[in-house]
Design a protein around this ligand. Structure first.
Ligand code: SF4
Length: 498
């Protein structure tokens, strides 16, 4: 017997890159003759077109000086996929979600706890929900059910929700799971099948989205991080994945050639935490750039301080290097246990100026609102970022642009050890515990969850809030930074003649 299902992805996964998960799940579901699948591309599309229009207006306001700071918050909200979710929090998307779901059973891939709101809407409407996605690998099923019960759908979740945690691959028997209707943890995978997943159920959305933003085909070789100690990172919670074990270089290249045709996109973004210099990686990357792809990777300060590694980056002819430097403050870098300090960053900048192929653009990822030693340090840090760009630009890097910055607000990442007792000692009441940009205000204000109760269940870690070492509570970085610097840093520049 065939089962009619709708496949609904987290709106958060759709920003600037076409996610791997939607290709894998689409290919899996379409390849299973037991399913009739309905795709629901209208939901992310509406989220992003609305958000994009608002973002455009805000950007204009900032450039004309009408509203210099708002764009900062709004822009980073978009990049974290939080802004589209605003519509979900306010209930503006509730009807859109329900109108576009035509089946009783919905397969929802949840990226973070924010997507549990979508599950709540569906459960309240008496739909049957199968929840998968990365949130199910960070939270245990009983933790998810606890949160849903705080959201008022305990009874509905009991009978009408199953949680499928772990990775789905092309061969995972989802029909068996849907038929048995009990929670399931997936532990066995054939990750090599990833390279056969080239279809996307959201292709209509992809085509429209492509007109709004630059797009990248998401790629991944392995999910391992050689360092793995940053205190804000959830990477360690996720099972390790190796997509290239026993896979030929040619198969990887052919995969992207098919994707190029299907998505009409020439940009590949490798999501590996660090793209390391191995003969295999080099052969794949060189093969792709020789095929005319623009390839971007994540890399790090320590790697880039290695001459051999810089040669590898130049030889492969990379497009963009994403570097999570997070902060220029030793105090903040220590706090998050990043494993390097400001002098390592300064050395990296000198090395890039002297040795990086000028056509390669570094993109520095900066985490705002990290704990700091003084307000003065916040100001000097943003000023230093400004000069960093101009120094790299003078050396011709990034085709004369220097570099780009991506600023993200510090937020509460579940199951990490970033929050320590020091913060809690300073917090006297619940209001203190609601970070300016943290998730807690959302939990409380928008979702109506009783934070104290949720905390007592130990489902969540403590919220983020910051204080100076003398105990003075401080606001977000943006309130202390000179407007000239923040404007320059948030503005994405394009090479001359672009
Ligand atoms: S932030 Fe990056 S470097 Fe740090 S542990 Fe996570 S993946 Fe590794």
């Amino acid at each position: 017997m065939k089962i009619d299902i709708s496949y609904l992805t987290s709106p958060q996964t759709w920003f600037s890159r076409f996610p791997i998960s939607s290709r894998i799940i689409t290919s899996n579901l379409l390849g299973n003759r037991h399913f009739n699948v309905h795709f629901t591309e209208q939901i992310p599309l509406i989220c992003y077109t609305k958000a994009f229009n608002i973002w455009k207006t805000k950007y204009r306001d900032m450039i004309t000086g009408k509203d210099p700071y708002d764009i900062f918050v709004t822009g980073t909200d978009i990049s974290y996929g939080r802004f589209p979710l605003f519509y979900i929090f306010t209930g503006a998307l509730d009807n859109i979600i329900l109108e576009n779901i035509k089946t009783e059973i919905v397969f929802l891939t949840a990226n973070t706890v924010l997507d549990f709101r979508i599950a709540k809407i569906l459960l309240k409407d008496k739909r049957k929900v199968v929840m998968g996605g990365s949130a199910t690998m960070i939270y245990e099923p009983h933790e998810i059910r606890t949160m849903l019960s705080h959201m008022g759908v305990e009874a509905e979740a009991k009978d009408n929700l199953i949680i499928v945690s772990g990775y789905v691959d092309l061969k995972t028997d989802l029909y068996d799971i849907f038929s048995k209707w009990v929670d399931k943890t997936l532990t066995e995978n054939d990750f090599s099948t990833f390279w056969d997943c080239t279809e996307d159920g959201f292709m209509d959305y992809v085509k429209i989205y492509r007109k709004l933003f630059g797009t990248n085909l998401n790629g991944l070789m392995t999910s391992k991080c050689w360092y793995g100690k940053c205190r804000f990172c959830t990477y360690g919670c996720l099972p390790k994945v190796d997509f290239i074990d026993d896979v030929s270089v040619q198969r990887v290249i052919d995969h992207f050639k098919t994707l190029r045709k299907n998505y009409e996109s020439n940009n590949i973004f490798f999501n590996d935490s660090y793209m390391v210099n191995t003969p295999y990686n080099k052969e794949v990357l060189m093969g792709l750039t020789e095929e005319g792809f623009e390839v971007s990777i994540y890399t790090g300060v320590k790697l880039l301080n290695n001459k051999k590694y810089l040669n590898f980056v130049n030889e492969v002819n990379m497009g963009r290097l994403c570097i999570g430097i997070e902060s220029l403050s030793n105090y903040a870098l220590d706090y998050i246990n990043k494993g390097y300090n400001f002098s390592d960053i300064a050395r990296m900048i000198e090395g890039l100026k002297d040795n990086l192929n000028p056509s390669i653009t570094p993109i520095f990822l900066i985490m705002c609102d990290l704990p700091v030693s003084s307000i003065r340090r916040i100001r000097t840090m943003y000023r230093a970022l400004y000069y960093m760009r101009h120094e790299l630009a003078s050396a011709g890097i990034g085709n004369g642009v220097g570099c780009q910055f991506n600023l993200s607000p510090l937020r509460h990442y579940p199951k990490t050890n970033l929050i320590d007792g020091e913060i809690l000692r300073h917090a006297h009441n619940r209001k203190d515990l609601m970070g300016i940009l943290g998730l807690y205000e959302y939990f409380h204000e928008k979702l109506g969850i009783n934070i104290d109760e949720v905390r007592n269940t130990n489902v969540l870690n403590q919220p983020m809030h910051r204080y100076l070492p003398d105990g003075e509570q401080i606001k977000s970085d943006i309130y202390y930074v000179d407007e000239k610097f923040i404007k320059d840093i948030v503005e994405w520049k394009f090479p001359q003649g672009f």
